[in-house]
Design a protein. Structure first.
Length: 302
């Protein structure tokens, strides 16, 4: 039977005893060439936190060109895409999408985008959040850890938008070199400790630096490190449309416990087994986990 390498026996004990991991621990795991042990550590932490369950969210994305009729939406979240615009244009898009929600969480835009629109003024940001909440928005779609200034400013920005009544549930990374990724995981940990806002953290960057792209090995190590180190964040997430089913499935074995961005519509011509809901559940089961559909608030869907 395969076991975790002896060099990580202290980390096994920390997982079992609910002990905190340090940055030095994270650096050890990230530097290890023993991918099997790294994966087993991440999977052990996922199991300690969530048992054998892995969640997934079906998202209907509302683009600037319009949306579907409310009756056609089978999703746990309606997400307005992050197209740039003025405050008035953003408000108009929220008001147009709100009738689709019917109790489904309506999220939209990047917190970095809202911060830019308010000129970095935290009071103005809180006011804008309050206005968008009144229009029907429930939460920002993402909190870009590398787009809000330093850690102290990121904390205050999240506090401001929460003060205005919007959720800030999902931390993301826009672009990050391997050298900066640990810093961003630490920022997510600090942000969660100070605000308690996060329900999910997607540690893999949405754009890979062209000059120094990561490898698949780098990515799954990063998932494991995020799951091990950021224990207080409920879900370590992988973006399905961005990274695809193969990496998502491997990431589950390395500690990922949520898959985001599953399409809300079935594509009938692909057949039942290729329908998005069937496909993601099959992929999760293939990773020896139990699929659980969630809504945009990260609660279990009925």
């Amino acid at each position: 039977m395969t076991t975790i390498a002896a060099e990580f026996s202290d980390l096994e004990q920390k997982i079992a005893s609910n002990g905190p991991l340090t940055r030095a621990d994270a650096e050890r795991v990230l530097a290890s060439p023993d991918l099997i042990s790294v994966g087993m550590l991440g999977d052990a932490m996922r199991s300690a936190l969530h048992g054998d369950e892995v969640t997934y969210g079906r998202v209907y994305v509302v683009t600037s060109t319009g949306g579907a009729a409310a009756a056609d939406i089978e999703a746990g979240e309606i997400r307005i895409d992050a197209a740039p615009g003025t405050v008035d244009e953003l408000r108009a898009r929220v008001r147009a999408a709100a009738p689709l929600a019917r109790g489904i969480p309506l999220t939209g835009f990047s917190l970095g985008q809202l911060l830019e629109l308010t000129g970095g003024d935290h009071l103005a940001l809180a006011d804008l959040a309050r206005t968008l909440r009144a229009d029907g928005l429930e939460a920002v779609a993402d909190v870009p850890l590398d787009g809000l200034g330093d850690t102290e400013n990121a904390i205050e920005v999240v506090r401001a938008v929460m003060h205005g009544g919007l959720g800030a549930w999902r931390a993301t990374v826009a672009r990050a070199t391997m050298a900066s990724r640990l810093d961003l995981i630490e920022r997510a940990i600090d942000l969660q400790r100070e605000t308690g806002a996060l329900r999910a953290f997607a540690p893999l960057p949405r754009l890979d630096p062209v000059e120094a792209p990561s490898t698949g090995y780098d990515d799954v190590r990063m998932v494991a490190v995020a799951r091990l180190w950021a224990r207080a964040i409920p879900a370590i997430q992988v973006d399905w449309p961005l990274y695809g089913p193969k990496l998502a499935q491997v990431a589950i074995a390395f500690g990922a416990d949520d898959i985001d961005g599953i399409a809300a519509h079935d594509v009938e011509q692909l057949g039942r087994r290729r329908a998005p809901k069937e496909d993601i559940e099959r992929q999760i089961r293939a990773a020896s986990a139990v699929p659980v559909e969630r809504d945009g608030r990260y609660g279990r869907r009925a």
